[in-house]
Ligand binder design. Structure first.
Ligand code: E4P
Length: 218
């Protein structure tokens, strides 16, 4: 499963990129607003750090406006992936852009039927929002299971990008189901490293090592 970071914070992206675990980045208008940075400038900076897809979202609601914004965004770098909302205009835009060789991430997906439409429109990625689904009394991971089943039934190439990930349990379940990608805030990706027994093990190994009085090398 590929790991994308859901952030527009350069320092966090740089740190995660150094681990070799980062396969891409997703941003959205709220994350850009939170960063306080210029959209085009920060997107260019992210594309310079990460080789994989970097999602940049259009804000126009009509097809022509989305195409105009996508034209500006895709000029930033070859790895820009245009993010469009799951609306009729969004999917018209998705079809036009993918036919033109541009990667498209269809966002704000909350049903398996919507995911089916996105795949038929040729989306590179579909982004079902599991956390927001959970917040509203549904089971976000059931949505991922349904989409996996439907995409496998018809051999759709669209990748399932689990979005709105809130905790490590979402990551584990995404991997169990066989999602292609998950995008999570850096704090969730970092939490994947943690285990109390790892910490305890390091502590006891260090204490025993110190009791030997030895050093390794110089
Ligand atoms: C995905 O591409 C979105 O940017 C993101 O995952 C939304 O997450 P949120 O529901 O935590 O805002």
């Amino acid at each position: 499963m590929k790991f994308f970071a859901d952030t527009a914070e350069i320092a966090e992206i740089r740190e995660l990129a150094q681990t070799g675990l980062l396969d891409g980045v997703t941003t959205n208008p709220s994350l850009i607003a939170k960063s306080g940075r210029d959209f085009l400038e920060v997107t260019k900076e992210i594309c310079d750090i990460v080789d994989g897809p970097v999602s940049a979202e259009v804000v126009a609601l009509d097809h022509d406006g989305m195409m105009r914004e996508a034209d500006t965004l895709r000029k930033i770098a070859d790895n820009v992936c245009i993010k469009v909302p799951l609306t009729m205009d969004g999917l018209k835009t998705c079809k036009a852009l993918t036919e033109d060789g541009t990667m498209v991430n269809v966002t704000l997906c909350f049903s398996a039927n919507q995911a089916l439409l996105a795949a038929k429109a040729g989306a590179t990625f579909i982004s079902p929002f599991v956390g927001r689904h959970d917040d509203n009394g549904f089971d976000g991971m059931d949505l991922i299971r349904d989409i996996r089943l439907i995409y496998d039934n018809y051999d759709f190439a669209t990748e399932i990008l689990v979005a709105s990930v809130r905790h490590v349990g979402h990551v584990l379940e995404s991997a169990r189901i066989g999602a292609d990608v998950m995008t999570a805030p850096p704090k969730v990706i970092k939490a994947l490293f943690n285990h109390v027994l790892t910490d305890k093990g390091i502590e006891s190994f260090l204490a025993d090592w110190q009791s030997t009085g030895q050093t390794i090398g110089g």
